[in-house]
Ligand binder design. Structure first.
Ligand SMILES: *Cc1c(COP(=O)(O)O)cnc(C)c1O
Length: 441
């Protein structure tokens, strides 16, 4: 997918790029999926599906029917009839469609932050070795991950070992080998770095942690639904992730937790609630954990978000993660081609790996002139990337809902913004593009 392989990209000509985008859309085996999402028939360029995925059109029907018939019709009976099983049923579907996890190891619950807290504490309990007093993580991990382990270290009297990650790349197996040892209890890392999009070598890093005698907790927020995963095959211990990003569960939809079946018999998580107790409705004295992954629950499950994500899980099962990853690679490669043609000459840096094999489904573009205001101005024009402090614009490309023309439209707007919205001499892209994508500009 590199520009070198494509003669149409050679001259940086805008009309040729537009034609190239149209050709890529025409040849895209997943192109029909885009029309299943709300809002994809407008000229808005959505480059932030990795922060909040678009809703599927069927979600309106699913949630409407739930309110009318489920909540409205079945009322409290709904819990026994269906809802109480959803955390495991949808967890199993997620495991099968996305995570490479056999049934009984995945559950939907809480938020990613809370799930990570419970998993890290569960991992520490599973290590259960007073000589292992260190948690290893990296300086560029997502803020919530860093804050959580700071809190846990204080609670448990542990120390933190920080890997200095290259902010334009990520953590390597060698760095993990160097940072771990007989004092390491748990390694906590993100599979796809939230800023650079760097795709860590999950299998090799998991192996490195294990050979040091440590357990690993993976944050899969930017991986679930964008890259292929084989958690069972890689012998991952614990993992967590969001469902409102590539899984389109909607704002605040609950997170998922994966616990390798090897750790389930002795699973000890720190938030003992009635929903995680053996026979919750017995309401008996004392906490006895439910066997299996259900013991990971704490309180009442959030049904709306689970029903919303089910549509995407069905679609992923139909499309297959291999095809989704292939589309993601094509989208990010096209975005890098556009970067080379338009943004690199303006002094923008690509703060993401060039090698597609090392990339998730987003890229970050750095420029001293990029600020919150730049992104606000783009949002005003219905071009929606994300700002990542201190000077990054993050371009997230959700494989099921993003088109190549949408990428081109958004990247051209970033270029135009850098040039003060003046159309560069000789370029007719803005017109051509907007004419094709519809009126209203
Ligand atoms: C989005 C994201 C989170 C968010 O956690 P919440 O509890 O849902 O707010 C955590 N980790 C990573 C890596 C993320 O990208």
């Amino acid at each position: 997918m590199s520009s070198a392989a494509d003669p149409g990209m050679g001259n940086h000509d805008d009309a040729a790029l537009l034609e190239h985008a149209a050709n890529l859309d025409a040849a895209d085996p997943l192109a029909r999926c885009r029309g299943l999402f709300i809002g994809t028939d407008t000229d808005l360029s959505y480059l932030d599906g990795n922060s909040l995925g678009r809703p599927l059109k069927r979600t309106v029907t699913d949630i409407g029917a739930f309110i009318q018939d489920g909540w409205g019709g079945r009322l409290i009976r709904g819990w026994d009839e269906e809802w109480l099983d959803l955390p495991q049923a949808i967890g199993d579907q997620l495991g099968r469609a996305v995570l490479g996890a056999a049934p009984g190891q995945t559950i939907i619950a809480d938020s990613t932050t809370v799930v990570l807290y419970k998993l890290i504490r569960a991992a520490l309990a599973a290590v259960d070795d007073p000589a292992r007093t260190q948690i290893v993580l990296d300086t560029d991990n997502f803020p919530t991950d860093r804050y959580l382990v700071e809190g846990i270290a204080r609670e448990e009297g542990l120390t933190l070992t920080w890997i200095e990650a290259d902010p334009a790349a990520g953590v390597t197996p060698d760095q993990v080998r160097a940072a771990t040892g007989p004092g390491t209890a748990v390694v906590l890392l993100s599979h796809v770095a939230y800023r650079s999009g760097f795709l860590a070598d999950l299998r090799a890093i998991t192996e490195a942690a294990h050979s040091a005698g440590a357990l690993v907790v993976w944050d899969l927020c930017h991986s679930a639904g964008s890259v292929e995963l084989d958690l069972d095959g890689a012998d991952v211990d614990f993992a967590a992730g969001c469902t409102y990003k590539y899984l389109n569960g909607g704002p605040g939809s609950p997170a998922f937790a994966y616990v390798n079946s090897r750790h389930l018999p002795a699973l000890r998580q720190p938030i003992w609630g009635w929903m995680g107790r053996k026979d919750a409705f017995e309401m008996g004295p004392g906490y006895e954990p439910s066997p299996g992954i259900r013991g990971f629950l704490s309180g009442t499950p959030a049904i709306f978000g689970m029903l919303a994500m089910r549509g995407t899980l069905d679609l992923i099962e139909e499309a297959g993660m291999a095809a989704i990853r292939a589309k993601s690679l094509a989208l990010t490669a096209f975005a890098v081609d556009l970067y080379d043609a338009w943004l690199k000459p303006l002094g923008v840096e690509l703060a993401s790996p060039r090698d597609p094999a090392l990339r998730g489904s987003h890229i970050t573009l750095d420029h001293p002139a990029f600020s919150k205001e730049t992104v606000a101005a783009l949002w005003d024009r219905d071009v929606i990337p994300d700002f990542r402090s201190p000077r990054g614009i993050r371009v997230g490309l959700s494989p099921l809902s993003t088109s190549f023309e949408e990428v081109l439209h958004g990247m051209s707007a970033i270029r135009d913004r850098l040039q003060g919205w003046r159309r560069p001499p000789g370029s007719h892209l803005q017109h051509t593009c907007f004419d094709r994508l519809g009126p209203g500009r």
